[in-house]
Write a protein that binds this ligand. Structure first.
Ligand code: GRF
Length: 229
């Protein structure tokens, strides 16, 4: 049975990673999965348009509406998890430009079954830095929105930036790493030019991580390292 995938995004990005996932499915790079629903917390996310063009179900799950009904942020997470698990019978949640940090109230529905695409290089669980060329310590940029994370790497004069796909855990941007892509920072890079190159890589690593997941190739070891079998 093909794995049922939900892609969560927002109106901050353009849904280009959703498009890359759908392309990888079309090209059979992801063989054992299909996107059954695309969720945004805002109704003007371009990813919703992309999904509708492909006749994929969309859900706008607006936090503001929720709050207006007197409900808490935790109840929002709980309701979203329940919806995806029970109504859509989701096997894998993919956060691709989703902006809200999801607590354990959501994660308990998808233990080791929800992955995030993060626009910086994250080290393995238990490690503080990425070490570049055996000497330069690249500090992880966690909990920042995309533009801040990309600019941070430039401001710190890092030689490289990149993106990471990792499992989500209740500690933000600290879950087991599945795959990273490194991109060299050029002296004349702006956040825009650097991010454009990072995205080209993201469009490879996110579908790759999904393909591995769908083929049951990912094992999380006790120490939080991911092994691809
Ligand atoms: C990605 O670059 C990802 O790293 C970040 O949000 C961005 C979404 O981009 N979390 P897009 O909407 O898929 O183009």
């Amino acid at each position: 049975m093909k794995k049922r995938i939900a892609v969560l995004l927002s109106n901050k990005g353009t849904g280009s990673n959703l498009a890359a996932i759908l392309k990888a499915i079309d090209e059979k790079k992801i063989r054992n999965g299909r996107v059954v629903v695309v969720v945004s917390n805002k109704d003007d996310a371009y990813g919703l348009v992309r999904a509708r063009e492909r006749q994929i179900r969309t859900v706008v799950f607006d936090l503001k509406d929720f709050r207006q009904k007197g409900k808490t942020r935790r109840e929002y997470d709980e309701a979203l998890g329940k919806l995806l698990k029970e109504k859509y019978r989701i096997d894998l949640v993919v956060l691709a430009g989703w902006m809200l940090i999801l607590s354990d109230a959501f994660i308990k529905y998808f233990p080791n079954k929800a992955i995030n695409l993060h626009p910086s290089l994250l080290p393995d669980v238990g490690e503080e830095y990425i070490i570049y060329k055996n000497k330069i310590k690249i500090k992880p940029i966690r909990g920042e929105h995309t533009d801040m994370a990309v600019q941070f790497a430039i401001d710190k004069h890092y030689p490289i930036a990149g993106s990471t796909v990792h499992f989500i855990t209740p500690v933000v941007d600290c879950g087991p790493v599945i795959i990273r892509s490194e991109v060299e920072i050029q002296p004349d890079d702006s956040a825009e030019t650097l991010f454009a190159r990072m995205k080209v890589e993201e469009h490879e690593i996110l579908p790759q991580a999904i393909a591995w997941f769908c083929e049951d190739k990912l094992r999380i070891k006790k120490i939080g390292k991911v092994e691809i079998v």
